[in-house]
Design a protein around this ligand. Structure first.
Ligand code: ATP
Ligand code: MG
Length: 424
């Protein structure tokens, strides 16, 4: 027998039992985005490799180790997108959406990184991201953070996430800080492994978000970015903090937070949870005022955020199982005899016409009424409709509320109103 072909390691199937929760999470997040005036942008999954190299920075984990790149039949180097911001900026420039305009976009979809798969870390994962273009004030950063906080409330996870914040200043301030950091690291060069020593010269800031515990310990005494901030960035950051205080969003400033991609400047932030083990960062974002120009557009300030949906869904399932356990259907149509199947199909279509949001499942392939009621329960139906010989002949149907046990025989034309009163 031929060997079964299996899915690629770290690339998951999302089975119908899980997709209900995913859909609810996505719908909830989209409606919050709409309530702040964000509009969807849909972008290709594959882009030219240099786009990511230029945007993310060559000496980063993503570019050095994690990209899925390949040469296509044309000889071009293409890459499965590891994140959404670069493509969003590329599209914004290409279609003239950015210069001198204020835009709020969101995107959703799969991202690809060649990482070691584990809980909360996969090779194909999904993000929802939001990007704001054309506004440089800290009020936009604060609004984006407010939006994320509203997501957590709507999903019932706000007690389990906390906000960590930092400013990494301007390019010039980072250059000054970089010198101080390299001077500090130089004193401990013997203790650094080869990879860190190389990065110390190529991109020392990257060492700050290392996951290696001994290097983290060493960095406890390293100079901190916040002491090297330029005056404008300093004001920007303190204004942002004041706005967050005013709207009552608690946060901690972590002067070592730098984030893994090179394009950030000024505000950087993460929402973290202790409920998911070491993959605790649910969401990360920040300002990237130089990226549009770096990718060939006219200078446009920007700020954005990206949420890892796998981690978020794991968190929702862990702390708000009620949210995840949405029944599949509202109504299950029990068909007492096989010869009534066409009449049942007609009734079901009429009900869907009358109540477009109704989730109704019809029984096919017979089975005793008891068995069919069992199926109604399995699918989480609130109401069973029972179509028997005599009901069908009189254009009636039995409506049974499966929670209260109340049962009545109604004219089929009266059923939509009755369902609304039971279900709403
Ligand atoms: P980490 O430090 O956990 O590797 P990151 O800094 O590389 O995260 P970002 O590039 O900022 O992550 O992406 C934003 C969010 O996307 C992360 O906070 C996380 O929730 C999610 N994410 C990133 N990489 C993965 C992955 N391999 N699998 C699942 N989710 C991921
Ligand atoms: Mg990473």
């Amino acid at each position: 027998m031929a060997k079964n072909i299996q899915a690629i390691c770290g690339m998951n199937d999302y089975l119908p039992n899980e997709t209900a929760c995913w859909q609810r999470v996505e719908e909830t997040m989209k409606s919050v985005l709409a309530s702040y005036g964000y509009r969807e942008i849909r972008l290709p999954i594959v882009e030219q490799t240099p786009l990511f190299q230029r945007a993310i920075g060559k000496v980063t984990d993503v570019i050095e180790k994690e990209m899925y790149s390949f040469i296509d039949r044309n000889g071009d180097s293409l890459t499965l997108r590891p994140e959404g911001t670069a493509g969003c900026v590329r599209a914004g420039i290409e279609h003239g959406l950015l210069y001198n305009q204020k835009q709020r976009f969101w995107y959703m979809g799969p991202m690809f990184r060649y990482e070691r798969p584990q809980k909360g870390r996969y090779r194909q994962f999904h993000q929802i991201g939001a990007e704001v273009f054309g506004q440089q004030g800290p009020d936009v950063d604060a609004e984006l953070i407010l939006l994320t906080a509203r997501w957590w409330r709507a999903l019932g996870v706000s007690q389990h996430v906390s906000l960590v914040l930092n400013s990494i200043g301007s390019v010039a301030a980072r250059a000054r800080y970089r010198d101080a950091l390299v001077a500090f690291l130089g004193r401990y060069e013997d203790l650094l492994d080869e990879d860190c020593r190389r990065r110390m010269y190529t991109n020392p800031m990257r060492l700050l978000d290392t996951k290696k515990p001994d290097i983290q310990m060493l960095l406890n005494d390293a100079p901190v970015m916040i002491d090297y901030l330029d005056e404008d960035s300093c004001t920007h950051f303190s204004d942002l903090c004041a706005l967050l205080d005013m709207v009552g969003i608690p946060y901690t400033v972590n002067p070592r937070l730098v984030r893994g991609l090179d394009y950030y400047n000024r505000t950087v932030f993460e929402w973290v949870t202790t409920r998911l083990g070491s993959q605790g960062t649910v969401c990360g974002g920040g300002r990237y005022d130089n990226l549009v120009e770096q990718l060939g557009g006219r200078a446009t300030p920007a700020v954005g955020v990206a949420i890892g949906l796998e981690r978020l869904v794991l968190l929702v399932q862990a702390v708000n199982p009620h949210f995840a356990a949405l029944p599949h259907v509202d109504v299950y149509l029990v068909v007492a005899r096989n010869n009534l199947q066409p009449a049942a199909m007609q009734l079901a279509e009429q009900l869907r016409d009358a109540l477009p949001a109704l989730r109704l499942m019809t029984n096919y392939n017979g089975g005793s009424c008891k068995k069919q009621f069992g199926r109604a329960n399995k699918h989480g139906a609130r109401v069973a409709l029972v179509l028997g010989e005599s009901e069908a002949a009189q254009h009636k149907v039995v409506v049974k509320d499966l929670v209260t046990g109340n049962q009545e025989t109604l004219a089929q034309s009266d059923v939509p109103a009755r369902l609304v009163s039971i279900l709403c």
